[in-house]
Design a protein around this ligand. Structure first.
Ligand SMILES: Nc1ncnc2c1ncn2[C@@H]1O[C@H](COP(=O)(O)OP(=O)(O)OP(=O)(O)O)[C@@H](O)[C@H]1O
Length: 490
């Protein structure tokens, strides 16, 4: 659609864009990114033919852009600028109708049924039809933005140029606008070129991103390539962390606040003094939120949590919606469910085993409750019918250290191996297969860390963290099983 070749340009006496080359294909949703003043708006103006090139050229559909007449260009390109202002107070419908100008022979002398139909359709699509008779000046910033989008779409352009289209829009309209643009690119072949300040929206919706820095191309590639942590950090001169979107394969970047903004001074330590015991539950309350990865009934997956609850339930506990019931239970006992990881066990909580371990530069607390009535040999589990008997091993690992993503995952592996070894050494059998069990069928695990202090890159079995977890989980599991066996015998 566009071929930009060694393009340079800017304003009188102020070159802004310096010798850049790239292509934009038909039907792309193409994002332009860059810090303030990097030349995004200037580039967009050059693409729309408003700012001329000082050297190089822009080919639009194979022809130099400067060879197009104004009306001819308006039939191909529609522009939605950042601050679409209008001095006359037109109604919404009149404003949208102006978008048909390029298709008119005279000044709206022959308004056709087709023009009317298109205007009505785009007003519906942008959600402005119900206030079509209102004056534009009576609208909110977001509503006005949608009216100008409708105007641009009424132009039935092949290319839509947008300068920060989501600027005034609330969350739901941001999503609606971008979904609409995506639909038009995918199903109608519209080419959308848009400036974004929100890197996450750009990463979520665009096919291709062009990152500008000081009027030059820093990177022109797919979002995952462009939005690399280090690149964004260098270009925007700010600390960010990249993480995957939880639902779709798109990169997301989160800002990291300055260290000075942290409210708490010193390095927090989680230890046995944070534990609280009673007949109903074991809880750990941390002074600071801990980054946690768990399979809890509440707070599962990855997140930041400050309270951890292992709740005793009766052997016959049966509830249609155990998650909801657990949330109500936590609230009743003064825990904020959104800040709590909650687990359940039928094991008597007096049989808990917990130990605090100190290593060179970091420390950890391991807490295990273990019932083995439901023990299963994972290698032969297909022989099980699927009915669940009470008996669960709940393993909590708290680390005073700064873990990488690898370390979180390796911690779970190491802990699982240590638990299986405890089962083996205690000769815990799977009642169905009569072979040595590797765990129970309802085990839960939690690894939570302060993310402060010593950086711990790995937690494989022979790394310092792995050694602590392997030994700790083994010792606590053995002790917890012993305690619960002893109770059964008595
Ligand atoms: N009409 C103008 N005349 C002279 N200089 C201009 C004009 N418009 C912009 N500039 C300058 O050109 C440079 C690039 O501006 P531009 O608006 O293209 O950046 P941008 O990346 O869109 O910035 P922002 O993110 O702040 O909107 C800036 O230094 C700006 O001051």
């Amino acid at each position: 659609m566009y071929s930009i070749q060694q393009l340079a340009g800017g304003y009188a006496g102020k070159p802004v864009i310096h010798n850049i080359s790239f292509d934009i294909d038909k039907g792309q949703l193409f994002g332009i990114l860059g810090p303030n003043g990097s030349g995004k708006t200037t580039l967009l103006k050059m693409l729309s033919g408003i700012v001329p090139a000082s050297s190089g050229q822009i080919l639009l559909k194979g022809k130099p852009i400067k060879s197009y007449g104004a009306k001819e260009l308006a039939k191909i390109i529609a522009v939605l600028s950042q601050h679409s202002e209008q001095s006359f107070s037109y109604t919404v419908k009149e404003t949208v109708s102006l978008g048909r100008y390029a298709h008119q022979k005279g000044w709206f002398q022959n308004w056709t049924d087709e023009d009317e139909e298109i205007v009505q359709r785009v007003m519906e699509q942008t959600g402005v039809a119900h206030f079509e008779h209102h004056h534009i000046t009576e609208l909110s910033g977001g509503e006005r933005q949608r009216v100008f989008l409708a105007q641009a779409l009424a132009q039935e352009p092949e290319i839509l140029l947008l300068d920060e289209p989501t600027n005034h829009l609330d969350l739901s309209y941001q999503k609606e606008l971008l979904d609409l643009l995506l639909d038009w690119t995918e199903n109608r072949g519209l080419t959308v070129i848009s400036i974004f300040h929100d890197l996450n929206l750009a990463g979520l919706y665009c096919d291709q991103l062009l990152l500008l820095n000081n009027g030059k191309i820093e990177k022109n590639d797919i979002p995952n390539e462009v939005l690399q942590e280090e690149r964004v950090q260098t270009v925007y001169q700010t600390d960010v962390k990249k993480q995957p979107h939880p639902k779709v394969p798109a990169p997301q970047l989160v800002l990291l606040p300055e260290k000075g903004k942290e409210r708490r001074k010193g390095i927090p330590v989680v230890g046995p003094s944070n534990l609280h015991f009673n007949m109903e539950y074991i809880a750990l309350k941390s002074d600071v939120p801990l980054r946690s990865m768990s399979s809890g009934v509440v707070g599962s997956g990855t997140g930041w949590y400050q309270s951890f609850v292992n709740r005793h339930v009766n052997k016959n506990y049966n509830c249609d919606n155990h998650r909801e019931e657990m949330v109500a239970y936590l609230k009743k006992h003064g825990f904020e469910p959104s800040e709590t990881v909650g687990m359940m066990t039928a094991v008597y909580l007096e049989d808990v085993s917990f130990r605090f371990y100190e290593a060179d530069g970091f420390s950890g607390l391991i807490v295990v409750t273990a019932g083995v009535g439901n023990a299963v040999d994972a290698s032969l589990s297909p022989l099980h019918a699927g009915s669940i008997v009470p008996g669960t091993i709940n393993t909590w690992i708290f680390i005073n250290g700064d873990l990488t993503e690898e370390a979180y995952i390796q911690s779970i592996m190491t802990a699982t191996e240590a638990k299986a070894k405890a089962m083996m050494d205690l000769e815990i059998k799977d009642q169905v297969t009569e072979t040595i069990a590797t765990g129970t069928s309802t085990d839960s695990i939690l690894i939570a860390a302060t993310q402060k202090g010593m950086r711990l890159d790995f937690a494989g079995t022979i790394t310092p963290l792995g050694k602590m977890i392997g030994k700790g989980v083994y010792e606590c599991t053995v002790e917890a099983i012993h305690k619960s066996r002893k109770r059964k015998k008595n």
